[in-house]
Design a protein around this ligand. Structure first.
Ligand code: 6GU
Length: 231
């Protein structure tokens, strides 16, 4: 999959995706991420890309033209009709289902929002999906872009090795994961639950399911409702 990120902080994007599992996927050619610096497409000598909003009000807006030029340069080698995701707290909330949908695309463009936003005409012209990562406000769209890239990339076949892919259950069956334990059997006076040492596979499964239900009910009553209605 080819991903192009339109951003004011390309180093932040590239350094992060070159780390750990995503870095390995880049090396393996399963993923091709390029960050394009919007500032490189400013048309003034100070590389300024923001301006005051018409009608007044607090804050600055990203201007349409430098973003458009960055988009044109970034998407030159991509398929036509590639989806363009705009990171904004005004968007639809990102979830596992959306990650799976984006993971089926060949190419993606992600536009990182900044300041108080971007000129609406640019958004109308190039953006296909307005996406938020949750109900809180961040200083910019780079961290949301990285979160989405991570969630999408791990769904691309070959990106995760077998031992890493165990946790796909969460959010697929609408239950949170059960607690897990490794050696030693006793740590800080806490013992691993007996059932996990019993070798009784059926009892282990029953215990894990109970734990999942208990945890989901306590932390995510909304998810538990979905579990009940979809099971
Ligand atoms: Cl996508 N961008 C910004 N700036 N803030 C956010 C967000 C996105 N999602 C939640 N808060």
């Amino acid at each position: 999959m080819r991903i192009r990120v339109l951003t004011l902080f390309p180093e932040l994007i590239m350094e992060t995706v070159q780390t750990s599992i995503l870095g390995r996927a880049l090396e393996a050619g399963l993923l091709d991420v390029r960050a394009v610096n919007i500032r490189d497409y400013a048309f003034n000598k100070h590389h300024k890309v923001d301006d005051y909003p018409y009608g007044g009000g607090a804050g600055m807006l990203m201007q349409a033209e430098p973003v458009y030029l960055a988009y044109e340069a970034a998407s030159k080698d991509l398929n036509k009709n590639t989806r363009v995701i705009y990171t904004t707290p005004q968007g639809k909330t990102f979830d596992q289902k959306m990650a799976a949908e984006f993971a089926r695309e060949e190419d993606l463009v992600i536009l990182c929002g900044h300041y108080e936003g971007i000129d609406e005409r640019l958004l109308e012209e190039i953006v296909t999906d307005h996406v938020s990562i949750g109900d809180y406000v961040l200083t910019g769209g780079e961290l949301p872009a990285l979160i989405m890239i991570d969630a999408i990339a791990r769904l691309i076949p070959g990106v995760l090795h077998n031992a890493e892919s165990a946790d796909t259950e969460t959010f697929e069956n609408n239950l949170l994961e059960y607690p897990q334990y490794s050696r030693p059997e006793v740590w800080h006076d806490k013992k691993v639950p007996d059932v996990l040492l019993s070798g009784h596979h059926e009892n282990v499964e029953k215990w894990r399911h109970e734990q999942s239900v208990r945890r989901t009910l306590a932390a995510r009553p909304d998810l538990f409702e979905r579990y009940l209605s979809e099971k």
